[in-house]
Write a protein that binds this ligand. Structure first.
Ligand SMILES: [Zn+2]
Length: 267
């Protein structure tokens, strides 16, 4: 058993299942356990504890909390390695096609391709877990983690294969980070909420007007503010949640209604 897993195993309330599978002549065990997790707080969280989170490829995760603390997690290393894998994969696929055309044995090429895919999946999983851990450790106590709803773009036929694949991969990575954050947050009794993603990257987080995004720089022609584009987006995501909670309108959760009754002044 990996040592890193032992503390978690010690916390287990029950051990539910153990699956053993064979892969490349090695035996792997998969253990399912039940953990006891704290209940998320029922009282309304402080505005300071609301954390807006923007997920991207280059900056895998950018988070801003209500006190304007910023967390940056770079996705560059993974991105570079994934690009390299994509190139190798393309080369192997050409090789596979050539072998097929010449009626040669394709087993070895297929095996390498399979291993490559498995490594990439494993890399993305590990990365998503690390990102989630860093976020949850950085987040203020009793934080509310706010994500924008993931938008799945409609499939585009005319897109070249490499780009489409990369796009899918990024989306999958974002989904994985989300899932792991939800898991880690649950273990700590933190809340995870979702907001409407419309215009979060084009709107100025200071004045609310439309601004210009050019790569990683956001500039607002109305109020002249300049900000890292992902920080600006994360702020918008955070503020969207704060506003929803203050208005109490679209949310029907008990804490939202309790706020309205208490008549908390808008921050
Ligand atoms: Zn502005």
């Amino acid at each position: 058993m990996p040592e890193a897993f032992l503390p978690r195993l010690a916390q287990a309330k029950t051990i539910d299942s153990l699956t053993v599978l064979e892969r490349d002549g090695r035996l792997l065990g998969r253990l399912t356990i039940t953990l006891e997790v704290p209940d998320p707080p029922t009282a309304r969280p402080e505005t300071e504890a609301v954390v807006g989170i923007d997920l991207n490829e280059t900056n895998a995760l950018v988070a801003v909390d209500g006190q304007e603390r910023v967390l940056f997690v770079s996705g560059k290393a993974v991105k570079v390695r994934n690009r390299r894998t994509a190139k190798t994969r393309a080369r192997l696929q050409r090789k596979l096609a050539a072998h097929k055309a010449q009626h040669r044995d394709t087993r070895s090429v297929r095996r390498v391709l399979k291993r490559l895919g498995r490594r990439q999946r494993h890399r993305t999983q590990t990365f998503a877990q690390t990102v989630a851990k860093r976020l949850v450790e950085w987040a203020p106590p009793q934080a509310v983690l706010v994500f924008e709803r993931l938008q799945v773009p409609p499939p585009q036929q005319e897109q070249i294969r490499g780009r489409a694949l990369r796009c899918r991969l990024t989306l999958w990575q974002r989904g994985l980070i989300r899932r792991w954050v939800e898991q880690r947050a649950q273990e700590r009794g933190l809340q995870v909420v979702e907001v409407n993603p419309a215009y979060t990257s084009q709107t100025c987080s200071l004045c609310g007007q439309r601004g210009n995004r050019r790569r990683h720089a956001f500039t607002c022609p109305q109020c002249g503010s300049q900000e890292h584009a992902d920080i600006n987006a994360a702020r918008n995501i955070r503020d969207r949640c704060t506003q929803l909670r203050l208005s109490g309108l679209p949310s029907t959760s008990p804490e939202a209604r309790a706020d309205k009754a208490a008549g908390k002044p808008p921050a």
